[in-house]
Design a protein around this ligand. Structure first.
Ligand SMILES: *Cc1c(COP(=O)(O)O)cnc(C)c1O
Length: 864
């Protein structure tokens, strides 16, 4: 076979239209309707054909058509106006620039490097598999809107995830069409002399992995995407970035090495070439990018002469880790033997010993597997701050990872939570946004209050809102019909057989959506528990429901693909096929019409395995109501008026029985509450009670589910404090990092000889009266440690029937007296509040002003 040298011919735009290139390459168009309208106006038919892809559109217009357009003064004016508007958006001071530089945000970082294995920014750049990627995309977009100086880092997968279609009998079929980066909204990062910038990574056996760096401009935020498909690499290395979440463990490990270690190098190159200040904060979004810490340790050891331990402290001081799943399959884990191939033997990095790298991800704790290297554990060990993505998920994560902090109560595990959000402008239907912005002031929209106003108070009437909801539903129905038709043709039906698809779904029927990835815990087929009961709901002649379902299953997940087939086969039945449809190839483009068009968004995961979930938030932004298990974000924000909570059978351990019970509760809710409320109309044809819930959702949930709210919380609660510790430990000098490392080593070595010898209490008998003063004195032996190295604490709380402390609170004791031989007395006195069974213990924990949390070392010695 002859080697084909590919190249892409790009259109050269007439000078007056030249800004169109900038407008196409900055992905702000993906959430800026006027820019998309401009592109559409160049050739509406072509715009449809290229699925709203500006780069492809510009590449497909004929030179004659472009010349003709350049002669249209109205169009040229609009191009100039939007170009200027983009420039203003990119340069004007926004929320972050106006943050108080002296007070709470005095330490706000100059740059934050945000690492993620996937990004869902637009359907045009398919570099995501599901919620994790969409969240990362929404994080970048909202950071851009707020002016937060983030640099995103990821990989450019040559075939993205996969395209889903169905076989005749309902099996998922995967294809991997290759993307051509030259036809994507990307530019190659180049040196001043135009040669492409490169990063490289040493591999075992003296091999090297090279990558080039594409930049996707997401508004103000650059997203660096590493691409190993270049001529310098051998065939194996070229394939490292071939696709997302595919291939062997070795293949995925190489991807994660490139993402983490190569990613740091890419950030260095980008900062050097563009004169961007170096990041103080590195945000590791889920564990895939965890090796970023190893690369930063390598830099400090080799370039700044730090010891491994001091470098780890410096690196940790600037790292944020976010965990996204309590499901073990969602966490990257490798055999330690495989990781050793990359960091041991001939591949060992100078100053970064193999066993230190392995220790970062080791599962050497109760219940762990010592032969496994765990990327989430590495993320936690190498981070100053860690968080889950909803309050409940924070709690579940503290329980899941508490073995890393032995001696501490689960509530003290240093994992907080920031609840996910979604990018408003991406996920609100443009026609709905137009209506809202015509009628309400920006403040009324941001606060949500405008949605709660009646027309006489300047609000939007129920009639208008209801008509808007009907338009969104109809738009979805029209699109679903086209997709169902295409799917049947793909499945081998002849055009003559698919006439019925013109009438599937009813623009006036109660429309329920269910779309998400298909891991087992999300229970795609829970709705099929009682097929006859579901059929009755679907085919009710007066008050039917209709269900739109979509979702991809990971190709290796046989159970997931089996669930899809079950659902498809149910939906194929001629009795119900015009009331329940499965739409193949769930992606951002589908989501953008699906979520606005649904009246009800159904979510029935196995609690508490859904960390947050975000699709229901997107639905809520458009006035859809949630019908969901109290899991993830819904556990936090369901308030009785914004939708419905499906009761869970939490205590039932038999999985089948639990599914049966929860499905029955779902049917009950649909039959007795949801359906009647939707169809209960007044003389104007409006379901008043329903609309009250819609308004309440828009007004109270709308502001909370915004990713701007989420990013502000990251800035205030995580990025700014982490930037402060990063400057202290990883600034121009590293004295503090060295000091902390030395102190930790000393404390660890001395800890076995720390004891609580004896505790005396005054005022505590078997029964104590509320309001009484009690005093606790603890006599402790510290031997080689000083009183300043530790904190002695009373850990108190209520005692449950199993004699465990609950609602734990911690009170520090003060040094009272010193004795010979490193012995000390510490005491505290307190007035008792609250009544009931209480208990306490005394413990000693390490204490140092540079520690992130008392639990950091996982050392605690209690009264025995
Ligand atoms: C929002 C979204 C998701 C994530 O939805 P969850 O509710 O978190 O499961 C996945 N895929 C697409 C295309 C989305 O738009």
């Amino acid at each position: 076979m002859r080697a084909i040298r590919r190249f892409t011919v790009r259109n050269v735009l007439p000078e007056r239209l030249a800004p169109l290139d900038t407008l196409a390459l900055n992905l702000r168009w993906s959430w800026h309707t006027p820019t998309r309208d401009l592109f559409a106006s160049l050739d509406p038919e072509l715009w449809e054909r290229v699925h709203g892809d500006p780069v492809e559109l510009l590449g497909s217009l004929s030179p004659q058509r472009l010349e003709q357009l350049a002669q249209d003064p109205g169009l040229v004016g609009e191009v100039e106006r939007l170009d200027a508007d983009l420039r203003t958006y990119l340069t004007e001071p926004r929320w972050y620039q106006q943050l108080d530089g002296d007070g709470q945000h005095a330490d706000k970082p100059d740059t934050i490097a945000y690492f993620s294995a996937e990004y869902g920014v637009t359907a045009v750049l398919p570099q995501y598999s599901g919620g994790l990627g969409i969240l990362a995309g929404d994080h970048l977009k909202s950071a851009s809107d707020l002016g937060v100086p983030i640099v995103g880092v990821g990989l450019l997968y040559g075939a993205g995830y996969f395209k889903q279609s169905l076989t005749r009998d309902g099996w998922q079929h995967e294809t991997y069409p290759l993307l051509d980066p030259d036809n994507l909204p990307l530019t190659l990062l180049r040196e001043q002399d135009a040669t492409p910038a490169r990063v490289s990574l040493a591999l075992p056996a003296g091999r090297t992995l090279h990558a080039q760096i594409w930049v996707a401009q997401v508004g103000r935020v650059p997203l660096l995407l590493l691409d190993s498909n270049i001529a310098e690499n051998d065939d194996v290395s070229r394939r490292v970035t071939d696709r997302l979440y595919g291939g062997s463990a070795d293949h995925r490990l190489r991807q994660e090495l490139l993402l983490g270690m190569g990613g740091v190098k890419a950030v260095r190159e980008y900062c050097r070439i563009t004169a961007t200040p170096a990041p103080q904060v590195y945000h590791c979004n889920e564990g895939h990018a965890g090796f970023l810490s190893v690369e930063r340790i390598r830099e400090l050891v080799q370039d700044a002469g730090l010891t491994f331990e001091a470098a780890l402290e410096a690196v940790k001081a600037g790292t944020v880790f976010t965990t996204h799943t309590p499901v073990p399959a969602g966490i990257s884990r490798y055999g330690t033997d495989l990781v050793s191939e990359y960091f041991g033997g001939g591949a060992e990095i100078d100053g970064v010993p193999l066993e230190r790298v392995l220790a970062l991800g080791s599962e050497e704790f109760e219940g762990g597997n010592p032969a496994v290297f765990n990327m989430a554990i590495m993320g936690l060990r190498a981070a100053r701050r860690a968080n889950g993505v909803a309050q409940l998920h924070g709690k579940v994560s503290r329980g899941m990872f508490h073995q890393l902090w032995p001696g501490f109560d689960v509530s003290e595990v240093p994992i907080t939570s920031i609840t996910n959000g979604v990018h408003g402008a991406t996920w609100t239907d443009p026609s709905f946004s137009d209506l809202v912005s015509e009628r309400l002031s920006p403040e009324q929209i941001t606060s949500g209050e405008g949605f709660l106003l009646q027309p006489e108070e300047g609000g939007i009437s129920d009639e208008e809102l209801w008509a808007m909801r009907a338009r969104l539903r109809e738009k979805l129905v029209v699109e679903a019909r086209a997709r169902v038709r295409r799917s049947w043709l793909d499945r081998g039906a002849s055009p003559a057989e698919v006439g019925w698809t013109d009438d599937v779904l009813d623009p006036d029927a109660l429309t329920i959506g269910f779309a998400r990835r298909v891991p087992t815990y999300k229970r795609l087929t829970l709705m099929l528990s009682e097929p006859e009961r579901l059929t009755r709901l679907l085919t009710d002649p007066e008050r039917p429901i209709q269900i739109v379902v979509a979702g991809k299953s990971h190709p290796d997940d046989e159970q997931g693909t089996g669930l899809i087939q079950r659902l498809v086969q149910f939906a194929d039945d001629a009795r119900v096929r015009d009331r329940i449809v499965f739409l193949p190839n769930y992606d951002i483009a589908m989501a953008q019409s699906l979520m606005p068009g649904c009246d009800v968004w159904l979510n029935n995961p196995l609690r508490p395995l859904e960390a947050s979930g975000t699709s229901g938030m997107k639905c809520a932004l458009n006035g859809g109501l949630n019908l969901s298990i109290l899991d993830g974000w819904w556990d936090e924000w369901y308030d009785g008026r914004n939708g419905w909570a499906i009761p869970t059978a939490d205590g039932v351990h038999d999985q089948t029985e639990r599914d049966r019970l929860e499905a029955a509760a779902l049917y009950d809710l649909l039959e007795n509450t949801v359906v009647p409320r939707f169809y209960e109309r007044d003389e104007a044809g409006v379901p008043r009670h329903w609309m009250e819930m819609v308004r309440h959702t828009l007004g109270t949930l709308g502001p909370k589910v915004q990713a701007t709210r989420m990013v502000k919380e990251y800035v205030t609660e995580l990025y700014t404090p982490v930037a402060a510790s990063s400057r202290a430990l990883d600034g121009t000098s590293h004295g503090a990092a060295q000091e902390l490392a030395t102190w930790k080593a000393r404390v660890r070595a001395a800890w076995p000889s720390v004891h609580v010898d004896h505790v005396e209490s005054e005022g505590i008998g078997d029964v104590v009266n509320v309001g009484d003063q009690v005093e606790v004195t603890a006599y402790v032996s510290l031997h080689d440690l000083c009183p300043d190295d530790v904190e002695v604490q009373v850990v108190g709380g209520r005692v449950d029937d199993q004699d465990n402390l609950t609602e734990v609170r911690v009170f520090p004791l003060r040094l009272k007296e010193s004795y010979e031989g490193g012995r000390y007395a510490f005491s505290v006195s307190r007035v008792l509040e609250g009544t009931g069974p209480f208990g306490y213990t005394v413990r000693v924990v390490p204490s140092h002003p540079l520690l992130a949390a008392p639990a950091e070392l996982g050392l605690a010695t209690s009264t025995s």
